[in-house]
Write a new protein. Sequence first.
Length: 207
Amino acid sequence: MGFERTLLICCALWLGLTEMAAATGGSSGKLYRWVDGKGHVHYGDTLPANAGVRGSEELGRTGQVMKRTESEEERKARRAAEAEAARIKKEKDEQNRLDQALLATYSSEKEIDMARDRALEFHQMAIQSTQIRMSQVTAKQKEVTERALGITKGNGRPPPYLQRQIDANQTELDSLNQTIKSHQDALVEVRAKYQADKERYRRLTGK
């Protein structure tokens, strides 16, 4: 009698599981598992509209995961990781392009130094020519200012035509000063650039 009772219980359990499977999978033939906003796990044959927020899983007949849908947080994390990987790859590709160009342009550190000196010479000559022009404009400004003082005797503004000359000279002097500063900044950048190129060349060639 004990064996028969056990057999009946097993049959009843099997029938119950069969009915449950029919009830949950009868409409779509699929079973889903998802987690709600409170962290509770749910099962059902259809997914709620907000299931995509926390992700879901499609289960097979034996409960194995057949298909998994990422949660919103996982999708954001994956997209961020993909974007970061793309950024790193782009930087590596660009560095590789620059390295190849560097090796194709120079065959020794001496050539890098020569290229640096040519670039420096350009800016140094520009500064010298600008300084020459500045001395000319400064002398002209001094002359016009003295003429204005002679007319006004130090009282009041000079005549309009002299004031226009003074203003024009000052505008040009300001522009020349800015030009000199621009080339001085360029000298610093050129030295830094070619020094970096030389150090990179050494690493690439092992010299």
